[in-house]
Ligand binder design. Structure first.
Ligand code: SAM
Length: 332
């Protein structure tokens, strides 16, 4: 498959430029996908440098290995199939934890994952209601975890409603969860289309929004839950920041507010640790003392997140909601 068909990298030039890599650097791409960002980053670090690529998806790893087969860039690459929440363990095994120059995570799914019916991410394509990014092929098989079908079949109405609310911000969460639980007594929801068509049939008319498919938020919620996406980000952020050397940069590309919120908050806390500090009001502190007690740990590279250009959105509509945030580490 052509690399652009596999996945067109989002904010590619901007990411590579803001990560400011130099020859000989160690760089980590935590969401390798089709290798779009990683290949460009590996060109920057050159043959003296290293590019560590991580992905939880066995098919992505296979695809990048295939792309690298006859490539000059192969020398720089070290590829690991794992979740990025394990970044500490992965980089300690490579003896680079604390000395990395740049880390990137481009969150969410690749176009290849969404476009593959057997992965079960899309409500437009019929396939098993799976949604595990960890799903792999060959002897490595899966890294574990429930499928979306197992959730839809096994969770109570309360549990489903909580997932739809928390991870989909779905206004009809309770109603949809109860109807799904009633319906599954008659027949199991095992395929994407079965669930999507049922939601389309029952979704209250007055609550629909424009041309957006009524199953959009439900599919998003199931996917986020199945892959523990927010938990992955929460564990990853402090460990990724700790993995950087002083002057190293961490970048995240997010696609919706549930992903962006923890990133924005972590960056704010590193840039301004005073935000979370409980200063004793009764004991006045000099500004110098405050700075000594709560030193800045990082500096965001731009005051606002980098967004794609109009040209990029016209070429690749998937980029429209992307936001890139980059922070530089100031001290250990
Ligand atoms: C948007 S794609 C990345 C595309 C890539 N930057 C490129 O240019 O081709 C996201 C990738 O991250 C992987 N991924 C998502 N969450 C992950 C996690 N917690 N740990 C490891 N990989 C993850 C997915 O399997 C997917 O391949």
């Amino acid at each position: 498959m052509n690399v652009i068909d596999y996945h067109e990298p989002v904010l590619l030039k901007e990411t590579v430029s803001l990560l400011a890599l130099k020859e000989g650097d160690v760089a980590v791409d935590c969401t390798l996908g089709g290798g779009g960002h990683a290949f460009e980053m590996s060109k920057k670090v050159g043959t003296e440098g290293r590019l560590i690529g991580i992905d939880r998806d066995g098919e992505a790893i296979e695809y990048v290995n295939h792309r690298l087969k006859d490539s000059e860039l192969k020398k720089m690459f070290h590829i690991v199939r794992d979740r990025f929440s394990n970044i500490r363990k992965i980089l300690e095994a490579e003896s680079v934890y604390g000395s990395v120059s740049a880390i990137i995570a481009d969150l969410g799914m690749s176009s290849a994952q969404v476009g593959s019916p057997k992965r079960g991410f899309s409500f437009y394509l019929d396939g098993p209601l799976d949604m595990r990014m960890d799903h792999g092929s060959g002897p490595e098989s899966d890294l574990g975890g429930k499928t979306a079908a197992e959730m839809v079949q096994g969770f109570s109405a309360e549990e489903l409603s909580a997932v739809f609310t928390q991870y989909g911000e779905e206004p009809c969460a309770r109603f949809l969860a109860e109807r799904i639980v009633e319906e599954r007594e008659k027949h199991e929801f095992l395929r994407t289309k079965e669930l999507a068509m049922f939601i389309e049939k029952i979704y209250p008319k007055k609550m629909r929004s424009g041309r957006i498919h009524p199953a959009t938020k439900i599919f998003q919620a199931l996917r986020i839950f199945v892959n523990n996406e927010l938990g992955e980000i929460e564990t990853f952020l402090p460990d990724a920041f700790a993995a950087l050397k002083v002057g190293g940069r961490l970048g995240l590309i997010t696609f919706h507010s549930l992903e962006d919120r923890p990133v924005k908050k972590a960056f704010q806390n590193w840039e301004n640790p005073l935000l979370n500090a409980h200063l004793p009001r009764e004991i006045p502190l000099l500004e110098k003392e405050v700075q000594m007690r709560y030193p800045k740990k990082g500096k965001t590279i731009r005051p606002f997140p980098q967004k794609p250009s109009i040209e990029e959105i016209a070429r690749n509509p998937r980029a429209r909601s992307a936001k890139l945030r980059v922070i530089e580490k100031l001290e250990k």
